[in-house]
Design a binder for this molecule. Sequence first.
Ligand code: NAD
Length: 476
Amino acid sequence: MIYRDIYLFVDGERIGPRDRETRPVLNPATGEEIGLVPLATGADLDKAVASAQVGFETWRVVPAIERAAIIREASDILRDRIDAVARLMTLEEGKPIGDAKLEVAAACDALLWSAEECKRIYGRVIPARSRTTRNIVLREPIGPVAVFTPWNFPASMPARKIAPALAAGCACIIKAAEETPASCLAIIEALLDAGLPPRAINAVFGEPSAVSQHLIRAPEIRKISFTGSVPVGKEIAQLAALGVKPATLELGGHAPVLVLSDADAETVASQAVAAKFRNAGQICTSPTRFYVHDSIYESFLGKFAARARELRVGTGLDSDSEMGPVANPRRLQAMKDLVADAVQAGARLVTGGNQIGNVGFFYAPTILADVPPSAAVSTVEPFGPIAIVNRFSSETEAIKLANQLPFGLAAYVFTSPGKLGASLVDRVECGLLGINTFAVSYAETPFGGVKESGYGSEGGLEGVEAYLTTKFVALA
Ligand code: NAD
């Protein structure tokens, strides 16, 4: 299986695995090693920081209209390469090839949106207290930034961080997941081919905690953005706080879905299967805790399970596959442990609950019903193809169940169109609320959570805002 060479991109140079420690890249559909990732040394990281500082000084003075043209060109170049990049993504992450293409297209959208926003980074002039003075507010790029992305969206996550950082005029060091390095490198190549000054972007891989400590502690790095788990996010937040550096944190969720008594069970069930098992459930906004009104509980559960059983699970390169493997052996083991624990605690296994075959990391779409609060899966984000379906009898109870965990990323409500009370919208604690839809993420809309799901937003105006500072100039 032809994959591609992986390298660090530091100070304008590509550094391959030859003189570095390495770790393998595995194909989750087969378990086979398909590539080698070089791990950055401390000296590589120092060089990347120095390079980002130089890159920042070069890039920040490029006029916005020229920055926009380069980032837009990168979007066009990447769009021309969608098929090839999607194939690499499926090889390293496992998702079906159609989903991989959509993801690369989303990365192109993020680049394009940010390119357009470059031109609209406005300051303002505030009426002064005297006729001879001016009060001017400038928006400036915050400086060199370090961003960290996970393996579940190997192209759209890097794009969602790199694009707004570059739009703002920042230079960027990215550490993408070592498990899925090729998709991120494809974005970097598109940017370089579009004419980005090479030092404005540096890409490293390595031992994650050593790399993040090294980069976040470097005085030159002025802002951090991280997407990943809550425990790692807390470590990153503490490190950033030591240097009084702002951070954007997109951490885990455990998304509740309230299916109210007037919802159409059939429609919700078919949308729920598509949303829950997309990327084998490895999405921070994945709908997981279904709370269904008593009156339609059995009907919804039956339809949801029937559709889940129909899903075609298989290798992502086969265009017939609707769900691929989970991305790594850790997720496979986590699914086995969570299901065994839930059944032991008294949950009903409605469908799935088993590994599929013994090649690669395939796990069946799984639905658990009547799951007691004591089961780990009630509180631990499964980050895999497991849904929980429990019942409620009043709206107050449903909101309480939705809000009971320390997370607050996505939440969903299904009801008759036009029936939803404003109080329910106000009372669900989350950063993303889908009403009669599971689609809550676009290049032009803000994406972020509340509570332990993190702080700050990516996407939309907020995405670029995160890489800017405000300077007030009093001109006498
Ligand atoms: P993990 O916490 O070990 O790693 C998550 C990601 O963070 C990986 O990409 C990893 O390379 C990176 N990482 C780990 N330690 C780091 C550090 N100290 N500094 C910088 N980056 C670091 O978990 P995992 O086994 O890879 O994934 C499992 C859990 O992670 C899931 O249960 C899920 O909650 C969470 N996760 C969340 C997202 C998301 O989109 N929010 C994405 C991937 C994983």
